[in-house]
Write a protein that binds this ligand. Structure first.
Ligand code: ASP
Length: 347
């Protein structure tokens, strides 16, 4: 008798939950990723290379989505995706990152938890194999939000993260890109006018950017964002881009959305890109798509900047605007549908 009434109680409890819509796993997870925006044209891409990029994005998507599907946190998912892309030499983050003007590799990364606005970032690091994991350690194991250079490296080592020789990050292709940009630049030096950022147009117009990032909504309704980059080829020693600046290149807030940016970082910093979109949603009651389009397709190009971003809102809606020729990108949406794209298209 006792047993029967327990079953009955369980049944009543479940149907009350179902009616009120508070059923567990009601929220369908969403994952969106990018591998950088820039001058990415089909005519410049070999079929093999295109396949390798698509495969790299798919592997990262599957890895992150498996975590979300299994009930894991958005934070774990975005970190896993970014780690995977950092380890892939095709992308400008971790191994395969671009070179500074001095021929070094200086890495930036950030991660943010939309649930409590906790955030962690590292900038200008040269020896930590996975900068995104260092950013997460700053968020979870220190009382700070951002650590830079030698101090960040020392902290990462103390936390037991994998430390590598800077030569680990080297790739032939990125080295050649630096040499090419330096050559082109000295040819164009006389005719170029310096723009407001102190960077010359020629340094940026004809090469692709990089950066990898992920945003996710998990089954608990929590949003998270993660971004990692080598920055821009030929950047000055000590230059820090938008990626590790919370609110510029990376932002997550459960009341609005999670965003990861890629593009000409100086403009993303000056526009406070990601937080502006969140504010437009929170205070201006705009949709994610409208707010993201306004910032990326109008304000960014109006300042002569360019780039793109990926975003997901608290209801699982996705936006992926970019004003460059292409952006490596992919998602698995709330219906479980996967898409991976590289070239320009309207979203
Ligand atoms: N936003 C990055 C930076 O300026 C570069 C990129 O996304 O390619 O450091």
């Amino acid at each position: 008798m006792k047993f029967l009434s327990l079953i009955f109680l369980g049944f009543v409890f479940n149907s009350v939950l179902a009616q009120s819509g508070v059923q567990q796993n009601r929220i369908r997870p969403v994952l969106v990723i990018h591998g950088g925006a820039g001058t990415i044209l089909k005519k410049n891409m070999s079929p093999e290379k295109e396949k390798a990029y698509m495969q790299g994005l798919e592997d990262a998507l599957r890895k992150g989505y498996a975590i979300l599907e299994g009930g894991g946190s958005s934070l774990d998912a975005v970190e896993a995706v970014v780690k995977e892309l950092e380890d892939n030499p095709l992308f400008n983050a971790g191994k395969g990152a671009v070179f500074t003007n001095e021929g070094k590799i200086e890495l930036d990364a950030a991660i943010m938890n939309g649930k409590n606005l906790a955030a962690g970032a590292v900038a200008g690091i040269t020896t930590v194999k996975n900068p995104i994991t260092a950013a997460r350690a700053v968020m979870e194991k220190s009382e700070h939000v951002m650590m830079i250079g030698k101090g960040a490296e020392k902290f990462a080592e103390q936390q037991g993260l994998t430390i590598v020789d800077p030569s680990y990050f080297y790739t032939e292709e990125r080295w050649k890109s630096l040499q090419k940009i330096k050559r082109d630049d000295s040819l164009k030096m006389d005719t170029d006018k310096k723009n407001k950022t102190g960077l010359k147009q020629s340094e940026n117009k004809d090469h692709k950017y990089g950066t990898v990032g992920a945003v996710a909504l998990d089954k608990q309704g929590n949003l998270a964002a993660a971004t990692s980059t080598g920055g821009m080829t030929n950047k000055k020693f000590g230059r820090v881009g938008d990626v590790p600046i919370i609110g510029a290149g990376t932002y997550a807030n459960n009341t609005t959305c999670a965003i990861s940016c890629t593009g000409w970082g100086e403009f993303f910093i000056r526009l406070v890109m990601a937080k502006s979109i969140s504010d437009m949603m929170e205070f201006g009651k705009m949709s994610l798509q409208n707010a993201a389009n306004e910032m990326v397709m109008k304000r960014l190009p109006s300042m002569q900047g360019d780039g793109g971003l990926i975003a997901v809102d608290k209801n699982g809606n996705i936006a992926m605007p970019f004003c460059t020729e292409g952006m490596y990108r992919g998602f698995i949406d709330k219906n479980g549908k996967m898409e991976i794209k590289i070239y320009k298209e309207l979203y």
